[in-house]
Write a protein that binds this ligand. Structure first.
Ligand code: SAM
Length: 247
């Protein structure tokens, strides 16, 4: 059988593609892509002529079976998303799981992800975080989620669309309190920026119309350095005892 490669592509700056990713994209028989027009531009930039087929969320189940068939016949296939790492708030997981369950070798070719890119530049001292992908679009469901997450003693990270970010920040403020946060915008691109401060300060400093791609990082409720237990089990216990939070 063939091999399935899960290939990360740039989230803005085309120079962030790895030389291994280029080699794999050049050598596989087929590239399964979220949006073939989008990926074609990247391949043209890299002078790669490998065939493309579409693989997007709405057809993920069906397309995964078609691609599995090709893998079983011996084709080597790479899966890419529009930007970043497939499977991280992007299609990919259905094919990866199907391939694994069928004994196909799955090889990750790591690279950019908005998640790790933002995290790497946030300067957090705690090592644990919760990644929530995109928060629910419905206000009531979103607020409920924030309420559930309020007792987690770790950093919270979300992707959010520019037209929903203000509502999201306001709900986070209401349910989590005025925590410290960072809002990364247009990472690796020309207009990259990071707003830093309390949720309220960030909300107040946003322009009328927000544009671009965003990653929101919300710090845990303040724990002073001398209070912070060393290991996770002690930390959870400490949090329950001092905050009365149900975990
Ligand atoms: N699979 C991708 C990854 O690994 O980062 C994420 C795909 S998800 C559909 C797209 C979201 O990721 C955007 O709405 C935004 O929240 C975040 N994102 C992607 N590129 C970004 C960038 N250059 N700067 C900030 N956020 C970005």
């Amino acid at each position: 059988p063939g091999t399935l490669y899960v290939v990360a592509t740039p989230i803005g700056n085309l120079q962030d593609i790895s030389s291994r990713a280029i080699q794999v994209l050049r050598e596989v028989d087929l590239i399964a892509s979220e949006d073939t027009r989008h990926t074609r531009k990247l391949l043209n930039h890299l002078s790669i002529q490998t065939s493309l087929t579409s693989y997007y969320r709405e057809k993920e189940q069906h397309k995964a079976r078609v691609l599995l068939e090709k893998l079983c016949q011996g084709q080597h296939i790479a899966i890419v998303s529009d930007a970043g790492t497939p499977g991280i708030s992007d299609p990919g997981s259905v094919l990866v799981r199907l391939a694994r369950d069928s004994g196909i070798t799955v090889v990750p070719v790591p690279g950019p992800s908005a998640l790790t890119t933002a995290l790497s530049a946030a300067g957090l001292e705690e090592s644990s975080f919760y990644f929530g992908g995109f928060p629910p679009a419905k206000k009531t469901v979103r607020k409920k989620l924030f309420q559930q997450l309020a007792s987690l003693p770790c950093t919270l990270i979300f992707y959010e669309s520019p037209h929903r970010i203000k509502e999201c920040l306001a709900d986070a403020l209401a349910m989590l309190g005025n925590r410290q946060a960072l809002l990364f915008r247009e990472l690796t691109k020309l207009h990259e920026e990071c707003l830093q401060g309390s949720l309220e300060e960030i909300l107040d400093s946003l322009p009328g119309r927000v544009r671009g791609e965003l990653v929101l990082i919300i710090r845990p409720d303040t724990i002073t350095a001398e209070d912070r237990p060393e290991n996770t089990a002690d930390l959870l216990r400490w949090y329950r005892d001092t905050r009365g939070a149900s975990l």
